[in-house]
Structure formats: C-alpha cells, structure tokens
Design a protein around this ligand. Structure first.
Ligand SMILES: Cc1cc2nc3c(=O)[nH]c(=O)nc-3n(C[C@H](O)[C@H](O)[C@H](O)COP(=O)(O)OP(=O)(O)OC[C@H]3O[C@@H](n4cnc5c(N)ncnc54)[C@H](O)[C@@H]3O)c2cc1C
Length: 531
C-alpha cells in the first residue's frame, strides 16, 4: 500500500512539476521541433497506404538525439562553447519522445493496414517481428526514462538506456537495411563523446572528511586550475563498489591565485546508496593509511591523536572538520556547466539555496569574492538565503560560511546570511557561535518574493509610494521618479529542489517592470540538482 502511495505521489509530482518546468523559450523550441517533425511525415503522405515515411523520419532523428546527448561540446557554431549539456538536455528528451511518436505512427499504421486487409500473416513475417522487437526496446527506453523511475533508480536508468539503445540499433538494422546509414553517424558521435571525455579524465588523490552525519567533504588538493567555482565534475571513487558509478558534484571554491594551495572542495550530502557509501568510507577510521612518502608529520600526528581519542570513545564515530579524513583515489570527469553570468556587472547578488543546493551558493559567493579581489569592483552586497531541514547541516558548514564572511570583510563585500529551518527543533537552536552576528536564523520557510523585494538595489516604487502615503506626502509622480536613480542591478541565483527554483523564477516574473528598471536590471540563474 505505501508503495502505491509513493508511485501516486511521484506521478502526481511529475505531472505538476517535472514536465511543466520548461521556460517559454524552451517550450517554443520543443513545439517547433515537434511540429516540424510531424509536418514532415504527415504532409503529402498517404499514411493509410504506406506509413514508411514516419519510420524514415524516425531514423533521421537518431543522430539528432545522439548529438543532443553529448557531454563534450562539438566544435560547431550551434554548440556554442558557453552551452553545457544541461542546457540542451531537455531537447534530447523531447526529441526522444518525438522519435517515439514517429515510430508509433509508423508501426501502428502498418499493423492497422494488415488488420484492415486481413493480412495477419504479414505481422508474423521476419521484417515485422524485428520491427516489433525494435519498438519493444524503444518502449523500454521510454519507460525507464520516465522521471519517477529515473529519480528513484538512476543507475538502472543509465544502464537500461545504453543496453536498450544497442539492442534497438541491432533490431532496426535487421528490420531495414536503410537504417544503417543513420546508425553509423550515431556510433561516431557517441565514440567522439567518449573519447573526448576520456581525454579530460583526471586521476587524483582525494581526502574524504565526514563533516557531520550526512555530509562528506571531498578535498582534491592537486587540482589548481582549469575549473571555476559553481562548475560541476563527475566523481568516481576508486574504492569498493563505488568504482562503477560516477556522480556529479559542484565545485564550491575558487582556484587559488598562488599554485598548490587549495585544490577542489566538494560537498556530498547523503541522499542514496552511493553517497551513503562514500560517507561510511570517510568515517571508517579503522583503515586509515599512512603515506610513507608523505612528509606531513603534522598531519600524521593529528591523525594519530584523533585515532587515540577515538579508541577512548568507540561507541560513537566523531565527524567534523578536525577528522583526519580518508585518502582515496578519484577520477574526475569535467568540469561542466556553472554560472554563465558575469556577476561583476551587478551591484547586488541574491543567492537562494535549498538543502544541498548550498554547494552552488558557496561557489557563487567565492566567484563574487574573486571578482572583488581581482577587479577591485563588482558586487557590493551578497544576500544568502539557505533553507535546510535542521540546524545540523548549518553547524557542519558554519566554519566555511564564517571563512567566507571573513574574506568578504577583507574585500569590502557585504555578506548577509539568512538561514531558514523547514523542520525546526523546539526550542529553536542557537546560531553557531562562529557565524557573524548579522546572521539571521528563522524557524519557517521564507517568502521568496518578499526577500527578493528586500534585496532589490533601490526601494521598490510600491514601497516608496506606501511609505510616502503613510507620511501623508503627496508628490507628483514625475518628481518622485526623478529623485530615484536606477540601482546597480541584481543577479539572482537559485539552486536546490525544483520548487525553490520555480518559486524564485515566479517571484522575478511577478516584479513590476518599474521595479525591474529601478533596480538596474535583473539576471537569473537557476540550477536543479536532478537530471
Ligand atoms: C549538476 C549537479 C550537481 C550536483 N551537485 C551536488 C553537490 O554539490 N552536492 C550534493 O550533495 N549533491 C549534488 N548533486 C546531487 C548528487 O549528484 C546526487 O545526490 C547523487 O548523485 C546521489 O547519488 P546516490 O546514489 O547517493 O543517491 P540516489 O538515491 O541514487 O539518487 C538521488 C538523486 O540523485 C540523482 N542521481 C543519482 N545518480 C546520479 C548521477 N550519476 N547523475 C545525476 N543525478 C544522479 C537521482 O536521479 C536522484 O534524483 C548534484 C547533481 C547534479 C545533477
């Protein structure tokens, strides 16, 4: 019974959010593609007599779908260097659905014709059977790609995608020899992607540190350039069964300006099997290895001290930034994506993060600090809104938040933390002592539109008018307008569950034109941690 309820919830969620999260421009693009494909196989075709045209159109879409699945950009003008795979992944999915539609029309019309003409033996012919097998494999791809399935069983989805596609190619190449000229480019495109990604693979040493019961810090020291904060890398840990999976994680820090100092810092929140395994591996102090070539005697001393303390308190494995960490080897694939806007052009930055979305926010703060450090100008204020379930994650990341605040004072940036607990404990826990006194902790979910209005670089017209009205001042509108200069612009960054990103988008859309103009312009970047 709970399973049924779970599936009901997932499917409802899909219909409400997953399939209606496209922006207007994306919807236009998808509709344009679908209409063009449908026109190609409908206009001037006698589908009831011969429905081969949708079949050929389906074949012609295969290279398009493969192109849209590429992680490595092609050296072509349409794959602009600034585009990362997450930007066109929605087109890959919708082109796949359009292909499924074409194949369904092709197969359905033939079967309909056989039934109408009483040619049932045709359905049992080798050609038809191979076509039906190919269609079955295509159905397998479609079913395992549905969002509830993909979210719940990501690795199965991925393996099924590859296996069903290989099977589908084999089946259609036997179904019709005309398919082969379309299959070879697909193999070439996939091979190109794999080759380029393998060239970019980097094998590195890393340290896994359990920051709290659900958060693991992954520090990759020997990696100082070639990436930016907010980009993500696919991480594969060369230990145990984790070796078979690679997962995306966002880079939370900026590269050091002097070489060999910071490396890459990632944070992985436990959300399923793999992240749990990584966390357990990090916590497992029983097999901490000492590197004999390592001259870092201080680290060894600290590790030994930690292990001795641990023996005294075997009942509980401690976590935290003083944990010596676990050394492992990792393979990095990337970086991909990241913030594409130049935050140096905005006076204010509003960062809204939900749960593990804070990693993108940390990267954004680092990016702002780097702009101020190198250009001596850029954003003057960064307002951070972070919504989390409970205080433990805030406590775990408070040293990092505090470190960023110290840097912000150094580089003349006003950094405000507004923290929100969605499941607050009673009594409300205190703010970690290392955080700046300006930090606010609230035991409720934030009203994003209100926070956005508060962050706008100049007071909004409505609040000004209200204020003036309260004071009984009646001034001509032109005079009031002339007194207000446009602000320096605001960049809004939202990262986390789809709900929080959508709410932020809506809050921006609901601002009046005047508010947008007065603020000096609004830029938005949304990032959801799900594919
Ligand atoms: C671009 C991007 C950046 C991310 N950055 C961070 C980060 O900085 N910190 C953090 O804690 N989490 C981040 N995530 C989420 C993180 O990748 C998943 O939590 C992790 O892969 C879960 O794996 P699991 O097996 O433990 O959990 P599962 O229960 O298997 O998966 C939990 C969720 O993660 C998705 N997921 C699983 N495997 C993958 C994969 N290989 N690729 C994409 N999605 C997957 C699933 O669809 C599901 O929705 C990011 C995700 C994306 C897409």
């Amino acid at each position: 019974m709970p399973r049924v309820r779970w599936w009901k919830g997932q499917i409802g969620d899909c219909c409400r959010r997953a399939y209606f999260t496209l922006s207007v421009s994306q919807i236009i693009l998808v509709l344009g593609y679908m209409v063009a494909v449908i026109c190609c196989f409908v206009i001037g075709a006698e589908l009831t007599q011969n429905s081969n045209r949708p079949g050929f159109i389906a074949l012609a879409q295969l290279p398009v779908i493969l192109l849209l699945s590429l992680k490595s950009p092609l050296p072509l003008p349409i794959f602009l260097p600034s585009l990362s795979y997450e930007h066109y992944n929605f087109l890959h999915r919708w082109a796949g659905r359009t292909l499924f539609l074409s194949v369904t029309v092709h197969g359905g019309m033939w079967i309909n014709q056989f039934i109408r003409n009483d040619e049932m033996d045709q359905i049992r012919s080798d050609k038809a059977v191979r076509g039906i097998v190919a269609y079955g494999l295509m159905c397998g791809i479609v079913i395992t790609s549905l969002k509830p399935f993909r979210r719940r069983f990501y690795q199965v989805f991925w393996a099924a995608h590859v296996m069903f596609f290989v099977g589908f190619f084999a089946a259609i190449s036997y179904h019709t020899p005309y398919s082969r000229p379309w299959i070879y480019p697909c193999i070439a495109i996939y091979g190109y992607d794999l080759a380029v990604r393998m060239l970019r693979y980097r094998i590195k040493d890393a340290t896994l540190v359990p920051i709290d019961d659900t958060l693991t810090m992954i520090h990759i020291p020997d990696c100082d350039s070639g990436w930016l904060p907010t980009q993500h890398v696919f991480l594969r840990i060369m230990k145990g069964s984790g070796i078979f999976e690679s997962h995306p994680f966002t880079i939370t820090n900026a590269p050091s300006l002097s070489p060999g100092q910071r490396g890459i810092i990632l944070y992985a929140k436990v959300s399923g099997d793999w992240t749990r395994k990584v966390h357990n591996l990090a916590k497992d102090t029983s097999t901490i290895e000492f590197d004999v070539d390592d001259d870092e005697s201080m680290i060894m001393e600290e590790t030994q001290r930690f292990l001795e303390n641990e023996k005294d308190d075997v009942s509980e494995v401690r976590c935290g930034s003083d944990h010596p960490g676990r050394k492992v080897q990792v393979i990095l694939d990337g970086p991909y994506g990241g913030l594409k806007m130049d935050m140096g052009e905005y006076d204010t930055v509003l960062c809204i993060g939900g749960g593990s979305g804070i990693t993108f926010i940390l990267g954004s703060i680092e990016a702002c600090l780097r702009i101020r450090q190198t250009r001596k100008k850029g954003p003057r204020r960064v307002d951070v809104v972070w919504v989390v379930r409970d205080i433990s994650t805030i406590q775990a990341l408070s040293p990092t938040l505090s470190y960023l605040h110290t840097l912000s004072l150094k580089w003349g940036l006003e950094l405000n933390y507004n923290l929100y607990l969605s499941y607050p404990a009673t009594p409300l826990p205190g703010i970690p002592s290392c955080l700046a006194p300006t930090t606010r902790l609230n035991p409720f979910r934030p009203e994003i539109s209100q926070l956005l209005r508060e962050s706008l670089p100049v007071p909004s017209t409505s609040s000004m008018a209200e204020h003036e009205h309260e004071l009984g001042i009646a001034r001509p509108t032109a005079e009031a307008e002339a007194e207000q200069e446009a602000g320096g612009g605001i960049a809004v960054i939202a990262c986390g569950p789809e709900g929080i990103v959508a709410e932020t988008k809506n809050a921006i859309a609901n601002l009046s034109l005047r508010e947008k103009v007065r603020s000096g312009g609004i830029a938005f970047h949304g990032e959801c941690y799900s594919l």
